[in-house]
Design a binder for this molecule. Structure first.
Ligand SMILES: [Fe+2]
Ligand SMILES: [Fe+2]
Length: 197
């Protein structure tokens, strides 16, 4: 796979400035949500792997990703346990649910949309984990969130690269532009809470 130049990708709308305040204030609660998000990200990668057993590049990438996200989950669980916090039950994630509704059915569009929605979710994760790294005071957490942000940023690149190897090239940027605009509306409509989304 040829890694794609993403400098032409439309920028994400920035996260509202007060999101980080809510997260730092309710950081224990945020960690519970973060653990769920990593677990769901691993499950999402496994679900794509199960859906495309006949696509070796995609399959291999999704198995690697599932393991990497599961490693993130393990790291966040360690942080929770070290703080004597019980992991919470998985909550509904309206941001993800609304984005998933934008995935068009029909085999031709489905894979393109699924890859691009995943790319945007990874990119948003990278943006927000970086905000945490730059605003949290505990040095160990600064390091941790810096590493997580770098990893999610690589996943954004991965999904765009996978789209280029599996989908019509001329459809990628136009659809990414549409989905990025839809994501901005969905993101801005969410109430602020101590959660990733
Ligand atoms: Fe992750
Ligand atoms: Fe990720």
């Amino acid at each position: 796979m040829v890694e794609q130049d993403l400098s032409l990708a439309p920028p994400l709308a920035p996260t509202p400035a007060n999101w980080i305040e809510v997260v730092i204030e309710g950081f224990d609660e945020f960690l519970q949500d973060h653990a769920s998000c990593e677990k769901k990200a691993s499950g999402m990668a496994m679900s794509v792997a199960s859906h495309y057993p006949d696509q070796p590049i995609l399959l291999a990438a999704m198995v690697d990703l599932a393991i990497e996200e599961l490693n993130h989950y393990r790291e966040v669980i360690k942080l929770l346990l070290a703080r004597n916090i019980t992991p919470g039950a998985d909550q509904k994630d309206p941001y993800i649910n609304q984005l998933n509704k934008e995935i068009r059915r029909g085999s031709e569009n489905f894979l393109l949309d699924r890859l691009l929605v995943a790319a945007i979710v990874e990119r948003r994760g990278a943006e927000r984990f970086d905000l945490i790294a730059r605003n949290i005071s505990e040095p160990a957490l600064v390091e941790f969130y810096r590493a997580i942000a770098a990893s999610e940023s690589r996943h954004w690149t991965l999904f765009i690269t996978l789209a280029h190897s599996h989908c019509p090239i001329d459809q990628i940027m136009p659809r990414l532009t549409q989905l990025t605009a839809l994501e901005a509306n969905i993101m801005l409509a969410q109430p602020l809470r101590a959660a990733l989304h």
